[in-house]
Write a protein that binds this ligand. Sequence first.
Ligand SMILES: [Fe+2]
Length: 312
Amino acid sequence: MPETIFRNWTSDLSRDWGKKPIQIDHSLSQNELFSKDALAELIERYPIEHYSLMRTSSRGEEKKIWRRGEVGGLSGHEVMAQIASGGLWLQLRELKLVDKRYHDLLQSIYGEVEQRVPGFDSFNHEMGVLISSPNAKAHYHADLPGQALWQIMGRKRVYIYPAEEPYLPQEELEKIALTGLESALRYDPEFDRHALVLDLEPGQMLTWELNAPHRVENHDELSVSMTTEHWTEEIRREQMLTVANGILRKHFGVSPKRRSTEGAGFWAKAVLQAGWRRSPWYKREQRKMMPVDFRLAPGTSTTIVDIPAYVV
Ligand SMILES: [Fe+2]
């Protein structure tokens, strides 16, 4: 019998899935698809439109750096060695489109969740791999779909905050839903007093309630993690309502209060947001991709060369 993806599942996890932060053991850090060799091979053939290689400031670097680049002709192992030496992160997005083996794995993951969580029915699954430098940080933000973070190599500290005021102002969530930009959330160090703080180890995964703000700090070592995303009918309705409320507030100057995802009010808002998706506002507000303007140069420590900027 093939090994299951989740380990030590309990009835408490079935009860709490999607409702509060939960940590579950998993077998993916031992899966051949996530070995260093498999990741190196994946990096070498990953299409540039599906990856983001970012140069960021590393610890001790005063200047704020935020640039997008390409891996160039480096071997996958060289790329990982440079990430391990600092100031880089590499996100392999839409993994299920790039390699069918990961697509099948994603299906198995949600198949197991559906078996274990009564009534859970999800769709539009996505997965990505994030390879990031020692001490790299993901800033305070909230995501729109259901989310899980799976640790494969290295450790990271994850801070999860309640999905409510003041951690997640309704108006800010609407902005994220309208623009697709996650940087709109304001972080206050005071929030940490109410955060759930966990050190995530290889072989552990975390999932949390919808839209819960979070931030992540790598320990002083290379980190490889996988993220998965999903939608359910309930999440889709929440999203439609948030978008509709955002339109009402931004373009019609009203402060919407209702959060019901049923009844006549909901359906009026559902029609409103569907119309907006076809409008020119929507296209203009979509996330614009950053131009690519550097390439990694050979070597095992982070070295970049400038190239003429282009948009992928
Ligand atoms: Fe996130």
